[in-house]
Design a protein around this ligand. Sequence first.
Ligand code: BG6
Length: 527
Amino acid sequence: MNWTDPLDEMLRCRLETGRKTVTPCSLIIFGASGDLTMRKLIPALYHLFHDQQLPSRFRIVGVARREKTAESFRAELRAALDRYSRTQPVDDAVWERFAANVSYCQGDLTDPATYGRLQTRLAEGDDAALRQNLLFYLAVSPSHFAGVAEQLHTAGLLGKNEEKGWQRLVVEKPYGHDLSSAQALTRTLTQFAYERQIFRIDHYLGKETVQNLLMFRFANAIFERLWNRDVIEHVQITVSEAAGVGSRGGYYEEAGTLRDMVQNHLLQLLALVAMEPPVSLEAEAVRDQKVQLLKSIRPFTPETVARQVVRGQYTAGGGNGQPLPGYRQEPIVRPDSNVETYVALNLFIDNWRWAGVPFYLRTGKRLPRSASEVRVTFRRTPDVLFAAQCGADLDANALILRLQPDEGITLRFNGKVPGTNLIVSPVRMDFGYRAEFGAYTPEAYERLLLDALAGDATLFIRQDEVETAWRLVDAIRVAWDGQPLQAHEFYPAGSWGPAAADALLTRRGHHWKKPQANGQATHETIG
Ligand code: BG6
């Protein structure tokens, strides 16, 4: 069953806020030889250029330690683009025009001379906009964030002087490793730039399906009035990943899943699903409501962590018949590591809308499939008529927002199976992005880079947001500190995590629903 006929072009409403005005500017990427630049940033910039979304005059300067020429840097970027571009093959003519704006500045991040060279480079040319409008992208290890900002400031490239052009700082995650380090980082960065010049990235917010959470809730009349404790029984948010930690063992040993995924991506998803309607689509209005929601989450105590939070770490196992190493066998991981690669938790939002509704969040590495979804389960019908006869076999209505892959939305409800016998069966109404809008899906970084260039902070994390999220997860971290993982907290690679995660739900009569598999044609077995 299809949700609608194909959309009527005439009914499309182009929002004013959807049009980005980007002034001519320079984008300076620190960490220009790194993975993020190669895999995400350059492909995103190339596509923005291809789609004529970048300003008519712009330049990109890559900064990294290794010695190389502009030509060899461009050749590396081209090789990466051939590999990671979402459209293939790369258009040579478009690439040539794009690459003409790209240059390279060699230097160590801790060496003031690097910033002197960068300053000279940026002062070149007689285009004042390119000299004065500067977006600095920190695609480097977090230990360098503060140092780079300070050096940029000392070199006169970043400051609170907003009279001549604009300067912005894009900061990748992780933003701190707990509340106090995040606060300290903000204190340092705001010595050199205003909070409004700081763009903290959470790439989940750049995903189309995640942005659509707001449209879904606030551009439709039918769902929002059901979006509360009277109608909703519980909410599940799953972000599962089939991949293991692989070569990121060094980072993961410091981070763990709580910091890597829950503090940012999962809490951001939760905020968008559960927040109150903002008064406008302006950045501050949206972010105010997200913060408000995060502040309404009941704080964890050591007792509630023990009861409501489950952690796990994968052991060697087999996915699709392939032997997979355990986390402790991954490169650079301590052989007795207690770092978690899985977290499931049950939280409550103490506000008027959600009081008493359980929210279940889970995420982990080396789970059976990569898939993310939000599942809203509605309260059951009263125990009369069909419910009286079918009991627990009568499916609860559910709305499934499939974030990735196979992006779309499914509404599950009960219907009569045709025939002379009275058989009730769950059926679904389905909206799929691909069927409705075709295969075009911009990468999260395209949207985020464009927004940062345009100065739109809506999809970036504000200081109070990041701090509220840290406050929540720090309480969990503290409860875990000094507690080695117990035998029941390990799960074989390729399984759905420790059994205790199921018990989080079953004690309230709920069950985790498996998200859809990558590339799987059908959505969910009905019945
Ligand atoms: C990153 C985490 O932020 O998000 C990774 O550091 C994780 O550990 C990744 O794999 C998941 O992102 P996506 O877009 O692939 O779901």
